[in-house]
Write a protein that binds this ligand. Structure first.
Ligand code: FAD
Ligand code: SIN
Length: 536
């Protein structure tokens, strides 16, 4: 079936919802989510949003912290834009009903500002330790009550529509006209046609076995854009969060960096602290440094985890500042007011992604990418904590503004596009193959393309991924699509892009550390790693 709308938004996290709400003032919006709309990384965000809001802080300091964390690879113009436009977006969020925690007994509803690694000032607005849920709850209600926004949950985009007549053109001369989408519950493929398509599909954490990310983070947007001919950049910079809960029954539960911001100390299993040996900022050093230090200590000692200890703070303070973390740990038998929390690093954030300009426009006309799927130039080689929700808001708004201008100057009728055909594909009775391949990709990425990389490990990973990609390609064309198969196809492509980018960069910088090239080489490598289809 064919569905038309003025805007097609693929993704219902902070970036997709923000775009949808703003764009709906001008036209009809279809918003797709491949599971329940609330199931997104945004929904699990804990620490908060970094933005300058206090008299003791300044744009220049936030800019400097972002650039230092980014290891000289941030685009300064983009950093300045995001940080200076951030406070206005926050004000709008508040106007839409988002409630950030205020300081007890402080005059004028002053915000309680959190501190996280790499920040020289307290500047993180938060809603206790469930900031993302507070944002999603408010934006979701507004969007679902809007008469011009139509939600389609359990709808997974398969590929973007590029008009057949444009297929051989350079990306900048191609137009995107929407996407083919599988209705997961009905098991049918539909055409969603629109003059403006927005990728807001989030990150790629599920390409690793150990991740803080929810199941939706399979890199679909990066894979679809790459297949359509857009450039992707900096995929080697995968951020590992230093502190995910280590517990056999905990699936991907994060222990916010804000815990360290409130005095939490990283300790070895013998109780000694160690971060002061690695960086003057100790436990609050930028994330790449903390994650590497933990990984090194674990390997040196053969331990499975380190601990994060906040037991020296008042139990009432801990319970009220971190109610979500306290409750979750307690449900697993860990009382964080009384005992240290076992933690390990896990894949958390994709700094690279689909390359966009200052308005979120990709290489392909009328295709925008906003939120974690995009590579805007803000994060460089390592994202500063809590800059991601901010980036999503600022770029989603910029993309709305740019797409509205473009709509005015463009007045083409919607084209006729080919229907989805399944050819000779048949129903697969081998779903076990999909789950085995999926598992193998995630294990090999965790073993060979993780915090410490080497030429040998990358080569090994590449050989295996090449073989898997061939198998999966064949499988994809032989069998009718399912959401698992669509995700597997994307996952193997994203893994390939991460490995290929890591092999290109022959230095260590920010989140990319190769033991064969331990030095940062500005002369050769102070540049983005860019890939596009046909490049290799
Ligand atoms: P998401 O919120 O991930 O939403 C992606 C959407 O795309 C989902 O609706 C999904 O269903 C949909 N989707 C994906 N593929 C398809 C497809 N093929 N078809 C249809 N729909 C699709 N950042 C901060 O700044 N501060 C924090 O405190 C913070 N804490 C975090 C805590 C955790 C546990 C995690 C995982 C991340 C955290 N981050 C934090 C990072 C931040 O939350 C994410 O980068 C951000 O929320 C991404 O938002 P998004 O809108 O781009 O994508
Ligand atoms: C956290 O709360 O530690 C996550 C913050 C982030 O990823 O920016």
């Amino acid at each position: 079936m064919r569905h038309e709308s003025d805007f097609l938004v693929i993704g219902g996290g902070i970036a997709g919802l923000w775009f949808a709400i703003q764009a709906a003032e001008q036209g009809t919006v279809t918003l797709l989510a491949k599971k329940d709309v609330r199931e997104s990384s945004t929904n699990y965000a804990q620490g908060g949003i970094a933005a300058v809001s206090s008299k003791e802080d300044s744009f220049e300091e936030h800019i400097k912290d972002t650039m230092i964390a980014g290891a000289d690879l941030c685009n300064e113009e983009v950093v300045r834009t995001v940080i200076s436009e951030g406070p206005s977006r926050i004000e709008e969020l508040i106007r839409l009903g988002v409630q950030f925690t205020t300081r007890k007994n402080a005059p004028m509803n002053e915000f309680d500002l959190g501190l996280e690694g790499g920040h020289s000032k307290r500047r993180i607005l938060h809603a206790s330790d469930f900031t993302g849920r507070e944002i999603i709850d408010k934006l979701f209600v507004i969007a679902s009550e809007h008469p011009r926004i139509r939600f389609r949950d359990y709808h997974i985009a398969i590929d973007l529509f590029i008009h057949p007549r444009d297929r051989d053109l350079a990306p900048r001369e191609k137009n995107c006209w929407g996407a083919y989408v599988l209705d997961i519950r009905e098991d049918t493929v539909h055409s969603f046609v629109s003059p403006t398509t927005v990728l807001a599909t989030g990150g790629t954490g599920k390409v690793y076995l150990y991740t803080s990310n929810p199941d939706i983070a399979t890199g679909d947007g990066v894979a679809m854009a790459y297949r359509a001919g857009a450039r992707v950049a900096n995929m080697e910079f995968i951020q590992f969060h230093p502190t995910c809960l280590y517990h056999p029954k905990a699936k991907s539960f994060l222990i916010s960096e804000a815990v360290r911001g409130e005095g939490g100390i990283l300790r070895l299993q013998d109780g000694s602290s160690f971060m002061e040996r690695y960086h003057p900022q100790g436990c609050l050093a930028p994330r790449d440094i903390v994650a590497r230090a933990i990984d090194k200590e674990l390997k040196k000692r053969g331990d499975d985890y380190v601990t994060l200890d906040i037991t020296h703070r008042d139990p009432d303070f801990i319970r009220s500042r971190f109610p979500n973390i306290h409750r979750q740990c307690l449900s697993l038998g860990i009382d964080i007011t009384q005992e240290p929390i076992p933690v390990v690093p896990a894949a958390h954030y994709t700094c690279g992604g689909v390359m966009v300009d200052a308005c979120g426009q990709t290489d392909i006309q009328d295709l925008y990418a906003v939120g974690e799927v995009a590579c805007t130039g803000l994060h460089g080689a390592n994202r500063l904590a809590s800059n991601s929700l901010l980036e999503a808001l600022v770029f989603a708004q910029r993309a709305v503004d740019a797409s509205l201008l473009r709509r005015k100057e463009r007045n083409e009728p919607y084209p006729t596009l080919p229907h989805w055909t399944s050819g000779h594909a048949v129903d697969s009775d081998e779903s076990i193959v999909v789950s085995h391949n999926w598992d193998e990709i995630r294990r090999l990425m965790s073993n060979y393309v993780s915090i410490f990389r080497s030429n040998k490990r990358l080569e090994r990973a590449k050989r295996r991924i090449d073989a898997l990609a061939g198998e999966i390609h064949q499988y994809y064309w032989d069998f009718l699509v399912t959401s698992d198969l669509i995700e597997l196809r994307n996952l193997v492509l994203v893994a390939d892009l991460i490995i290929a980018s890591a092999m290109i960069r022959k230095e260590s910088r920010g989140l990319h550390y190769n033991i064969n090239y331990p030095i940062t080489d500005d002369e050769m490598w102070k540049r983005d790693t860019i890939m596009w289809r046909g490049y290799r």
